[in-house]
Design a protein around this ligand. Sequence first.
Ligand code: F6P
Length: 319
Amino acid sequence: MKKLGVLTSGGDAPGMNAAIRSVVRYGIYNNINVIGIKNGYKGLIDNESIEMNLSSVADIIHRGGTILGSARSKEFQEEEGLKKALNNIKYLGIDGMVVIGGDGTFRGAQQLCESGIPTIGIPGTIDNDLPYTQYTLGFFTALTTVLESVEKIRDTSSSHGRTNVIQVMGRNCGDIALYAGLAGGAEMVILPEVPYNIDEVCDKIMQGRARGKKHSIIILAEGAGEAKDISEKIREKTGVGTRYSVLGYTQRGGTPSAFDRLLGSQMGARAVELLKNSAENKLLGIRGNEIFDMDIEEALSKEKEFDLSTYELTKILSI
Ligand code: F6P
């Protein structure tokens, strides 16, 4: 392994920069040249690359976003796009790739692997929707961002005796909503994984009010519905003052948490180590305190297990 390429693709996530820094510095430490590919697979097709050195990654470990830029590329999924990308990899003399991103990024990694380019994937997405790993880079930072907003919204909900529906990201996965619900002491979470009944939601709000609760916070995963619709239904059925907030892209930015910086640093080095030892076609993950690698085919064939015990606990603690 003389030269490797690194890219970030899909929705950016806090901690991606820590991973890039680690790939670059651990690579250089091992006498491997590192090429940064800009704007994900799109940059691979358009040959937008930059030779990385020690100072290219100085002062980035604490920054959100990704210094390499990111994109979602449809062209890479087509034969012509893949061909261009492979030609550029050859032209740049790249022997192996490290790709940082989520599910779409890893489908791209699979294509690279099938085309004979040794590739290692680092899970980076706020959604935490990858089935084979317990956590992804960016998830805990996004949770902290959500919690900061929940606390602020709770203050005003309490002053006005309102119910507030807070919509969070996650695509089809409810993990941000679920974990923010537990950590933020929400009255209720609404998730794509569990069907909900609006009458039950309203009953819960009214029971809380009967006990003297001043506010209700409902955390809604974007994959389960629209905050505006649900808050309107609650108002119609209960007569309680309702408001809604869609937290949006604040969840994707910001200073990465200590955990995301550590995870990015450890996984970046591990990815280089794997390529150096001629391992190929692996995704990195974490379970408990252990970082592991798994064959890409196996990892992508898994189905995400819903964390039922956390859901049950959230319900119990919000009585
Ligand atoms: O995958 C990360 C994510 O932020 C999802 O939570 C959200 O549904 C989606 O990306 C938004 O995508 P885009 O950046 O293309 O608007």
